[in-house]
Design a protein around this ligand. Structure first.
Ligand SMILES: Nc1ncnc2c1ncn2[C@@H]1O[C@H](COP(=O)(O)OP(=O)(O)OP(=O)(O)O)[C@@H](O)[C@H]1O
Length: 739
């Protein structure tokens, strides 16, 4: 950077010396043959600029290393071009001839001002549009990114194929509306001309008629185009959302542990919408602006090519300011969105835990926490609005300056008889149109990349293959329910370095009840999760009737292996809906308790549910007690008549009577393999085998009596549990172990 600055300063000095020499030679009239006027001196100015450029460029090339900063060379070129472009503009637009053959900017003072202005402009350019072609690595990254963006965009287009009819119709109406729109300013100018000169009623009526016709055409076309585009947008959006949702629910449980819920919901809502917009909305606006730009340009040039040249000054300024504004505004908007999400999280957390908040008297601190979050959002919004205000001010000033320049120059053209007043009015209307089209194109180009970025995020999840596969097809006619855990080692995806199970082996026979006991965090629930295929063990495997668990068909496995978890989850709807959840052979009119297949137990009795089946359970079962929820969850599992039933601490919220009923229900299915995790002594005692687990390993295994006789871990654990149960007033009235 320092080296480039030094070389640039040296190049400016050299250029200054050359320009000064030329200036003084020209000023003192030497040689006189080189003092023509008009176009000839303009040609000389361009030639001299070319020579200046070659000399200064050579100087820079010699001093810099190969492949060094391209900005230096661009800067030098801009300085050398400034003079000739300025002189050409004066001659073409105002017919003002150059003062002399070296150009009016060649005096030392003006050369220095021109160099400083160019340096500032270049710096501004480089800061806002960093050079990606400078180094090989940047180039390959940039090209790769563009190729990826193109591939993604093409994929979004492929997803839009089912809406091709809507899109084609929309494009036809778009072109129609734009063409009609373009003629309105033309006829406006015509009307003004008719009114301002010799008024002829026929011409006036004809012009007004055409104006009205084109206005109507443009409105009808725009309406139909908008409708068709919106229709294709919402169809695509719906399709992608459903596909994404299907892909997400297929993922393994570990995926949901490492991915934040907010991430998933924003992909489903914001990103899918952005992705759909990339085709329907953006292509719509882009095409409309491009067609409009080309048409308007042709009409502007036909009205006055000189005035068109003047308006060209505005477009780079608009494009650059719009691009800078877009970047800043989008960055701040994203921050605003994030801060709103955080504030919502804070409010949601507080509402969800309102009982805890109330009992700890933290209402005020929670309100303060929310206030802090809202303040962050407020500050960000203020910054975003300031950026918008500055941008609007700048763009209005630029537009105003250009319009002033255009009116000044337009007046000169009218005076010279090169243009009519009506033409000038039409031209100004076209120019405004052109400005807004340039803004739209720049905006859409930026937005397209955003949409493609959103599409990339959506495709990432759409293409993701679940790590726990659900593609296998094994579904034998009968299943005995013989389960073997063989030397399992497993760590959770969020804690890969801390195994939850280490070399874990266990056998569960059909018709037998196995009870897992042990200290909290020992790995009991992990065994259940693996048996439910929520995760894939890293080592070892689980066999069901001698076949690896992963070979069974997904639906078959979950109809044969059912689980009731520690915290049963219910979905909003009636109790009947929740019990029949996922069942297709249960007619909606009949209660779950009267489902076909006589073998099915009478659930309302078994589960002790004293509420009607049609009762609404509320969101996540919030209108039921813990015990009622558990009974419904048990009924939901039992109605499937699973061959392997897992109860993970389910009886913890039940009263003795309900627990007794459930024990009876379980006893009515003698061939079932039952796996129970329980702290209640009565449940454990009845088990055919009790397995004591600690730190992911089996410590002891046997019947209650065998383990009691052994006086090992189970004996100690039971003693502790008994005293805990007693002190907490538990419903368990077992006797203490005999010493
Ligand atoms: N989803 C998870 N991600 C990461 N680690 C987990 C996860 N679930 C459990 N663990 C860890 O795995 C170990 C075994 O947990 P597990 O839930 O199997 O114990 P548990 O014996 O069922 O305990 P409890 O009786 O308290 O329910 C613990 O160290 C726990 O912190």
């Amino acid at each position: 950077m320092m080296e480039s600055t030094k070389i640039f300063a040296a190049a400016i000095c050299l250029d200054l010396a050359v320009c000064s020499a030329l200036h003084y030679v020209a000023k003192f009239g030497l040689p006189p043959s080189l003092s023509p006027s008009g176009w000839q001196s303009l040609a000389q100015i361009w030639m001299l600029a070319g020579l200046r450029w070659a000399l200064v460029r050579l100087f820079c090339v010699v001093l810099t290393k190969p492949g060094s900063k391209a900005v230096l060379h661009r800067c030098v070129t801009a300085i050398c071009l400034l003079g000739p472009v300025y002189e050409s503009g004066l001659l073409v637009l105002f017919e003002k001839h150059p003062e002399h053959w070296s150009g009016s900017l060649s005096s030392p003072g003006k050369t220095l001002i021109a160099a400083t202005a160019t340096a500032i402009a270049s710096l501004f350019w480089e800061v806002n549009f960093p050079d990606s072609r400078g180094d090989a690595c940047g180039m390959s990254n940039g090209t790769e990114r563009k190729q990826r963006a193109r591939a993604l965009f093409m994929r979004v287009i492929r997803y839009s194929i089912p809406d091709a009819l809507f899109l084609c119709g929309a494009f036809v109406f778009l072109a129609f509306a734009v063409i009609c729109e373009m003629f309105i300013p033309f006829y406006t100018g015509k009307v003004i001309d008719i009114l301002g000169s010799h008024y002829q009623p026929t011409s006036f009526v004809t012009a007004i008629f055409y104006m009205g016709l084109f206005s109507m055409g443009s409105s009808v076309g725009a309406g139909l185009r908008g409708g068709l585009f919106m229709c294709s947008l919402s169809r695509l959006n719906k399709r992608v959302r459903v596909m994404l949702f299907q892909a997400l629910v297929k993922q393994e449980i570990g995926f949901f542990e490492v991915t934040k819920t907010g991430d998933l919901t924003s992909r489903l809502s914001t990103d899918t919408t952005l992705m759909s917009q990339s085709v329907a909305m953006n292509v719509n606006i882009l095409l409309r602006s491009l067609i409009n730009m080309v048409g308007v340009l042709v009409l502007m040039v036909s009205l006055s090519w000189k005035l068109t040249l003047v308006t060209f000054i505005e477009f780079p300024l608009i494009a650059i300011s719009q691009k800078i504004y877009n970047n800043r505004y989008e960055k701040l908007s994203k921050e605003v969105q994030d801060s709103i999400a955080q504030a919502n999280d804070t409010a949601g957390e507080c509402v969800a835990g309102i009982r805890t908040v109330r009992s700890f008297n933290t209402e005020r601190s929670e309100a303060r926490r929310y206030d802090d979050r809202i303040m962050v959002t407020h500050d960000l919004k203020t910054r975003r609005d300031t950026v918008r205000a500055v941008y609007l001010l700048f763009s209005r000033l630029v537009t105003l300056a250009i319009q002033f320049l255009m009116l000044y120059y337009g007046r000169q053209l009218i005076k010279r008889g090169e243009m009519s007043t009506g033409n000038l009015v039409s031209f100004i209307l076209y120019q405004e149109n052109m400005g807004s089209n340039v803004m739209s194109v720049v905006y859409i180009c930026g937005n397209m990349l955003n949409s493609v970025g959103a599409a990339a995020k959506v495709f990432e999840y759409l293409d993701r293959e679940p790590q726990v596969s659900t593609q296998e097809e094994l579904q034998p006619e009968t299943l005995r329910g013989h389960v073997q855990f063989q030397d399992l080692t497993f760590s959770y995806p969020t804690r890969p370095d801390r195994p939850a199970l280490k070399g874990f082996s266990l056998e569960m026979k059909p018709g037998h009840m196995t009870a897992l006991v042990g200290a909290s965090g020992g790995g009991k629930s992990t065994c259940v999760s693996l048996l439910e295929r929520f995760y894939q063990p890293q080592e070892g495997e689980i066999l069901l009737d001698g076949q690896p668990l992963h070979r069974y068909q997904h639906k078959y496995l979950h109809s044969m292996v059912a689980m009731v978890g520690q915290e049963p989850v219910l979905f909003s709807g009636s109790i009947r809906d929740n019990i029949a959840y996922g069942l297709t052979d249960c007619p909606p009119g009949e209660g779950a308790g009267s489902c076909p297949q006589g073998k099915r137990p009478r659930l309302h009795q078994q589960t002790g549910a004293r509420v009607c089946f049609g009762t609404d359970v509320g969101e996540r079962g919030s209108q039921l007690s813990g015990g009622q929820k558990q009974r419904i969850a048990i009924a939901r599992a039992l109605i499937r008549q699973p061959q392997v039933l897992i109860l993970d601490e389910v009886t913890s919220s039940l009263d003795t009577e309900s627990e007794h009923m459930i024990q009876q229900a379980l006893a009515s299915c003698p061939s079932q393999t039952l796996l129970v995790i329980a702290h209640r002594l009565k449940t454990v005692e009845k088990a055919d085998q009790i397995v004591v687990i600690d730190q992911g390993q089996v410590l002891e295994q046997g019947t209650h009596q065998e383990l009691m006789d052994k006086k090992g871990n189970y004996y100690k654990l039971r003693e502790r549990l008994f005293s805990e149960n007693n002190s907490s007033g538990s419903a368990d009235h077992s006797k203490p172990p005999s010493q």
